[in-house]
Design a protein around this ligand. Structure first.
Ligand code: HEM
Length: 460
């Protein structure tokens, strides 16, 4: 048995040549699962804090300023970018790293060393994202701190990448790699490319810029890489892995899914070369293909698994895919008619709030309680409340951003602050529910040995 003064690694070494009793094997599994759950909770908690304060509160403040002045052009681009960075890397990036580490290293031999590296990754990542936000907003020593934050974030990612690349992915029934693994690998490459782009942009503005904001042309291409090259493929990968079970969908169309990733990657490359007018059609095609591949709107063959969460879960997951289509179509429209940044902004938020955030609120509340020590979600009703309020906020935001920024309807400027507060409310309810789950719900891990094996799926 692992003693109070003994780490799991010491235990591993002591027991290397001994035959373990069932009790000791169980104790070792428990120590590893507890360590992994703690790590996951650290990533999720820091992600939630980045999402709430540097991300959403600054986003709301920016939108209140824009609505007050009836123009987006008068707001500091550095503050807009600080908001975007905190949301994409601080929130979603922290969640992805935490879930990634939780899913991988327990399958491997020397888990303790892997967990130590994962904690180092968390420290580097959290300091990197925090430095980036504060140096961009407060301008304190930004010429040094901006590139330093990019280096810390990239270094953290490389710790993660090392853990992932040592892991042997699951094989499909036909012997090759599971299709979702290809998609997640493409997304991981997009994550790396986004961090390299961020570091290159940071070094460039530190040397030649007059403020920490990336220049507009660079920023637009970089944002397409963040959205379509990194965030969207991750959601496709996780949908391909989990949605069949969670929603009881028909089997994945594997070739169509791989086609989706190829068309989408071609779109990202076109944007990086500045050929946005063609790229938007590639993104739209990829969005439609993903719906066909995952069969998200087709009737399922089994009952959705909603025990322990709100029964509206399948509705919101499907609605997120509706937002993906809206985001892609708004990108096409922006290409023809945008004169103010409003249609591009609406497309971006249909993607980041409508697709990504609705998906994170839905799937996050489905899987995170189980990953964090086999807990049950604190409040399924709060889950519904958060998703409902976020959806109303996002609908008002996306529609009124087009109407107001483009000058089609002046009244829409009055609605935008309300949309921001609703989005803030929805995201805050999500954070409360997850933190409530971590703090107030008891852990049911290791009441029986079988739990280790089912932790990856959570309560049915
Ligand atoms: C309460 C919710 C939110 C509010 C009020 C908000 C507000 C804003 C505003 C005002 C802008 C400036 C551009 C524009 O007018 O469209 C912006 C840009 C952006 N937002 Fe949000 N946002 C919210 C949520 C999110 C979320 C959840 C994400 C990502 C997961 C996100 C990612 C971004 C990105 C990447 C940009 C572009 C920054 C740049 O110009 O480089 N936002 N947001």
């Amino acid at each position: 048995m692992v003693t109070a003064t003994e780490s799991p690694a010491e235990f591993d070494r002591r027991k290397e040549n001994e035959v373990l009793s069932t009790e000791e094997v169980f104790a070792r599994a428990r120590a590893r699962e507890t360590a992994l759950s703690r790590l996951l909770m650290a990533f999720i908690t820091s992600g939630l804090l980045f999402m709430l304060f540097p991300g959403t509160l600054l986003g709301v403040w920016n939108l209140l300023q824009i609505s007050g002045r009836e123009s987006a052009g008068l707001i500091s681009p550095a503050w807009l970018q600080a908001h975007g960075h905190a949301q994409v890397f601080g929130w979603i990036g922290s969640f992805l790293l935490g879930i990634g580490f939780y899913s991988i290293p327990k399958l491997r031999g020397d888990v303790t060393a892997a967990i130590r590296r994962a904690w180092l990754c968390w420290i580097l990542w959290t300091i990197g994202v925090a430095l980036r936000w504060s140096s961009t907003v407060y301008l304190w020593n930004w010429r040094v701190l901006l590139p330093a934050s990019g280096i810390l974030e990239l270094a953290a990612f490389l710790f993660f990448f090392r853990a992932v690349s040592q892991h042997r992915p699951e094989s499909s029934s036909k012997g090759g790699m599971e299709p979702w693994v290809w998609v997640v690998m493409a997304a991981t490459f997009g994550f790396l490319a986004a961090l390299v782009g961020n570091l290159a942009g940071s070094i460039s503005v530190a040397l030649h810029g007059s403020s920490p904001a990336f220049p507009h042309r660079f920023d637009q291409r970089y944002l397409a890489l963040l959205g379509w090259g990194f965030l969207v493929p991750f959601v496709w990968g996780f949908s391909a892995k989990w949605m069949r079970v969670f929603l009881g969908l028909k089997p994945l169309r594997e070739k169509v899914l791989l086609g989706t990733v190829l068309v989408n990657s071609a779109g990202v490359i076109l944007v990086l070369f500045g050929i946005t007018s063609t790229a938007v059609w590639f993104f739209t095609t990829a969005a439609v293909l993903s719906v066909v591949a995952i069969r998200i709107f087709e009737p399922g063959t089994q009952e959705p698994k909603t025990r322990g969460i709100h029964s509206s879960f399948p509705f919101f997951v499907r609605m997120a895919y509706g937002w993906l289509l809206v985001a892609a179509l708004l990108g096409v429209a922006a290409n023809f008619w945008d004169t103010s940044g409003g249609i591009w902004g609406a497309s971006r938020h249909a993607l980041t709030v409508g697709f990504i955030s609705v998906m994170v609120l839905s799937v996050g509340q489905r899987i995170l309680p189980a990953f964090a020590g086999m807990r049950l979600l604190w409040s399924p009703r709060l889950m519904f409340g958060g998703l409902f309020v976020l959806t109303i906020g996002c609908t008002l935001r996306v529609s009124c951003e087009v109407l107001a920024y483009q000058g089609y309807a002046n009244w829409a400027w009055q609605v935008l602050p309300l949309s921001a507060l609703l989005e803030l409310g929805g995201l805050t309810l999500f954070a409360i529910n997850i933190l409530g789950t971590f703090v107030l719900q008891p852990s049911h891990a290791f009441k029986e040995p079988m739990v280790v094996g089912v932790a990856s799926l959570g309560p049915r």
